[in-house]
Design a protein around this ligand. Structure first.
Ligand SMILES: [Zn+2]
Length: 234
């Protein structure tokens, strides 16, 4: 078994895994998602405001109609007033006219309030046009940045795949099968190196006597970590 070749393969495969994770977790992706959410928020605020405005416009139109009806009614009562002689009738008429005047005032007050709200909604909508324009720009910029970052990572990935093809070519099918089996069992790391007496796979100390035993293994026999069973590069 050519454990050094397998270790080279291990390094490439680890780099491929890291690139995959980096591709998924690109900050540019988060930025673009945030920009999309901001744009959606601006648009829903604008739509709500427009709905509120059309409700206000409908109410204003109904106030105008009611006011006109009251005015017509009052004019009619005023004409009647001029022809009435009996004081009790005049009093009743007066009372009716006062009621109408109060209703008319109430409508006027409500109308003014609605006009003020409508004007401030207009102003808010004008500002939202700017906000939306900026949000569209940010969405487009972040989208482009994301595409560039993805393309860059994809190039890295293609280079790693090409390197993997090179590295894997001379390795026997039997060794690859062992490597694949170990990777599946040991969180993607089948082959590790020993650094300062520590296994690069499980990061546990390997005792001096264990290291010594490994050194004395025949050249064609592969050393395994006594803690994690991964293949070790001697
Ligand atoms: Zn180990």
């Amino acid at each position: 078994m050519d454990v050094r070749a397998l270790y080279e393969l291990q390094k490439v495969d680890t780099a491929i895994e890291q690139t995959k994770v980096a591709l998924e977790k690109l900050p540019e992706r988060t930025h673009h998602a945030q920009a999309l959410a901001d744009l959606a928020h601006v648009r829903s605020t604008r739509d709500n405001l427009r709905r509120e405005q059309s409700t206000m416009e409908a109410e204003l139109a109904s106030i105008e109609t009611k006011s006109a009806e009251i005015d017509t009614h009052r004019a009619k009562l005023e004409r009647q007033m001029k022809t009435i002689i009996a004081p009790r009738e005049a009093e009743a008429l007066q009372h009716e006219m006062q009621t109408l005047a109060a209703a008319r005032n109430e409508l006027d007050d409500r109308g003014l309030l609605l006009l003020e709200s409508s004007a401030s909604a207009d102003e808010e909508l004008r500002q939202l046009v700017d906000t939306e324009r900026r949000a569209i720009e940010v969405e487009s910029t972040t989208k482009h940045a994301q595409e560039v970052a993805v393309a860059f990572k994809n190039e890295e990935m293609a280079a790693l795949q090409a390197r993997r093809d090179e590295v894997v070519a001379p390795i026997t099918a039997h060794d690859i099968a062992t490597y694949d089996r170990l990777r599946a069992s040991y969180k993607g790391i089948a082959v590790a190196i020993i650094q300062h007496g520590v296994c690069g796979g499980c990061h546990m100390d390997i005792s001096v006597s264990e290291l010594d035993a490994m050194k004395r293994l025949p050249a064609d026999q592969v050393a395994e970590c006594p803690n994690c069973n991964r293949l070790l590069v001697r």
